[in-house]
Design a protein around this ligand. Structure first.
Ligand SMILES: NC(=O)c1ccc[n+]([C@@H]2O[C@H](COP(=O)([O-])OP(=O)(O)OC[C@H]3O[C@@H](n4cnc5c(N)ncnc54)[C@H](OP(=O)(O)O)[C@@H]3O)[C@@H](O)[C@H]2O)c1
Length: 283
């Protein structure tokens, strides 16, 4: 009999994180579903019950910006002598707003979660993975980790940083039996576009020199085409975890694939003009 595989997921209360928990549990994994506010677990519980996998998922409190909570989770795993076969760094949010309007505090907050949170959780569990001589580390990055977009500079910067760190980590742990992967979705339907959408205060201020431009930008994003189902990404994460030798990068979504193709093949001046036009900021 093969040992039960264990996955640890951050940001499991909604979106990709929630769906990945249920998908992995359905494939026989034990899931340590972490969320910053366990009081928000009802949606996960309901989805797990509906899928008949509730007993395979346990919820733990984890704000990825909280070093004490990260250490406490490492202790929980150690005390129970659990193995961890997958660390999935999913927790994140997108700060919208023009570079000119964004404060240091806002930019730092974006990095605290999307970059420092993911890297801290990874470093905390690396000694265990090293001892096991196995395990997958999955970073939920974004197509924004490969291309900038007007109004999303802070988010893109945090994901570019995550990409550079992850690309390097992969090379550093290659000989230790640890696999490191970047998941790069385009736009998918999750709470990141609603409940968790954050716009820099300066950009929201009617006195911002960019007020009209961001209003056009928001209109463009508030009337989107139907976004693809996030389950596609959860299924793909499950497949990546089954692959003993996964690639570094996996791109999902038609917009992400098209954007990266344009960036790669078009002359920069044409590419840039198309992205600006697509953002709507200049009418
Ligand atoms: N959906 C997309 O179009 C898209 C595209 C590319 C990349 N992504 C990436 O996918 C990941 C998941 O986002 P999503 O789209 O699934 O959005 P989501 O539904 O808003 O889920 C984000 C999750 O992260 C959690 N979170 C935020 N800050 C946290 C913190 N400090 N500590 C722990 N958890 C925290 C949220 O918790 P609360 O419930 O407490 O708010 C929520 O569970 C993010 O890294 C995002 O950048 C999303």
């Amino acid at each position: 009999m093969t040992a039960e595989r264990v996955a640890l997921i951050t940001g499991a209360s909604s979106g990709f994180g929630l769906l990945t928990c249920v998908t992995l549990a359905g494939r026989g994994w034990r899931v340590l579903a972490t969320m910053r506010d366990p009081a928000r677990r009802e949606k996960l519980d309901a989805a797990a019950s509906a899928a008949g996998v509730a007993e395979r998922i346990e919820v733990h409190a984890l704000d990825v910006t909280n070093a004490e909570q990260i250490a406490a989770l490492v202790d929980v795993v150690a005390v129970r002598s659990l193995r961890v076969d997958a660390v999935i760094n999913n927790a994140g949010f997108a700060l919208a707003g023009f570079a000119e309007d964004t404060t240091d505090a806002e930019l730092r907050r974006q990095f605290e979660t999307n970059f420092f949170g993911a890297t801290a959780v990874t470093r905390a569990f690396l000694p265990l993975l090293r001892r096991q001589r196995s395990g997958h580390i999955v970073m939920i990055s974004s197509v924004s980790g490969r291309m900038g977009f007007p109004g999303l500079g802070s988010y893109a910067a945090s994901k570019f940083a995550l990409e550079a760190w992850t690309e390097t980590l992969r090379m550093e742990v290659e000989s230790l039996g640890i696999e490191v992967v970047l998941i790069e979705p385009g736009a998918f339907e999750t709470d990141i576009w609603g409940r968790n959408a954050i716009v820099s205060e300066g950009t929201m201020d009617a006195k911002s020199p960019n007020a009209e431009r961001i209003a056009r930008w928001r209109k463009r994003f508030e009337n989107p085409k139907v976004r693809p189902d996030a389950q596609e990404v959860a299924n793909a994460i499950a497949r990546v975890l089954d692959d003993p030798k996964p690639k570094l990068r996996y791109v999902f979504g038609p917009d992400a694939k098209m954007g990266l193709r344009m960036r790669r093949w078009l002359p920069w001046s044409i590419y840039e003009r198309m992205v600006i036009k697509g953002s709507g900021i200049d009418g």
